[in-house]
Ligand binder design. Structure first.
Ligand code: FE2
Ligand code: FE2
Length: 304
């Protein structure tokens, strides 16, 4: 069992003084509150999002992207909300805002590849969650989206350490986590858990960030951690990884995540997993396109 408190204290030593650490945008908490209200009206949501013109432009452009196979062009926010629905809108706003919050410049980990991985794990997590009748599909998307944010913290604030990590990974043909531990004494899950604390994430989200590589450890919601873990493995197996070389292989069926999810035996058996992976590979290009679209938009929300 990891001594998490000690790990978090060590992250605090490394990053506690960083002044430019982003804060969770207020819009996200406001939007979350509004959309969890079953009485929320389109007008209220539109008014909140319209306060940010760049975001509005992003949402409209994304609603028109190939990822959301649309039938006709969406020209304004109201249409986008009607077309996407509140939940998809919230996820889109969260995704765009997070990508905008973290755009680091160093060459170590390519931000676009990182967000392709995160977005893909979000989409796949919510897909697995709905097939297994997990109670909160939206939370599964969010958990997948944020699970690896610890990697961003290392890349953005400890770039020299990240250079050493990647050099070690390459020299020893090892895993990213192993190399992180060798260089920093900690891996990205500790950094993620620390950020979750700073941003007041729910215990479930925090634990996904801390335990997505070991969901059999003591987590607030082992099923959620397992869903994200499985989605992470699937995405990495179809080249939607972090963009660093991967020298790992695993038999999914003996992974703790798989075993934990067997508690939903009935639902697990009902999924044709081979077909699932096949369909996922077919959607990989759509995921890349969506992230590309976000990256191509400049700060005014128009294509760069
Ligand atoms: Fe990870
Ligand atoms: Fe991951």
């Amino acid at each position: 069992m990891r001594a998490v408190d000690q790990e978090l204290a060590k992250v605090e030593d490394l990053l506690g003084d960083v002044r430019s650490l982003p804060t969770l945008p207020e819009l996200i908490s406001k939007l979350n509150r509004l959309l969890s209200d079953p009485e929320a009206k389109i007008q209220e949501v539109a008014e909140l999002v319209l306060k940010d013109q760049v975001l509005t432009a992003h949402v409209i452009r994304l609603a028109n992207s190939s990822f959301f196979a649309k039938h006709r062009e969406i020209t304004n926010l109201r249409e986008a909300i009607v077309f996407l629905g509140f939940r998809a809108l919230r996820n889109l706003v969260l995704t765009t805002t997070l990508i905008g919050t973290f755009r680091w410049k160093n060459k170590t980990i390519n931000p676009r590849r990182f967000w392709e991985h995160s977005f893909a794990v979000g989409v796949v997590s919510s897909d697995i969650a709905s097939r297994l009748h997990y109670r909160d599909v939206d939370n599964a998307y969010l958990a997948g989206l944020v699970h690896d944010l610890g990697i961003v913290l290392i890349s953005q604030y400890l770039p020299d350490a990240m250079d050493r990590i990647l050099a070690l990974l390459e020299a020893q043909k090892t895993s990213l986590q192993y190399a992180e531990k060798r260089v920093l004494g900690l891996d990205h899950t500790a950094f993620g858990g620390w950020l979750a604390g700073k941003w007041n994430f729910s215990p479930e989200l925090r634990d996904v960030m801390l335990w997505h590589h070991e969901p059999n450890s003591d987590t607030a919601d082992p099923e959620l951690a397992s869903i994200v873990s499985l989605a992470d493995m699937f995405c990495r197996s179809i080249s939607l990884g972090y963009g660093v070389p991967e020298y790992w292989s695993t038999v999914v069926q003996v992974h703790p995540a798989w075993r934990i999810l067997q508690s939903r035996q009935h639902e697990m058996r009902a999924v044709d997993w081979e077909r699932f992976l096949f369909d996922l590979s077919a959607r990989a290009e759509e995921v890349r396109q969506l992230v590309k679209t976000v990256f191509e938009m400049d700060r005014t929300g128009t294509p760069a």
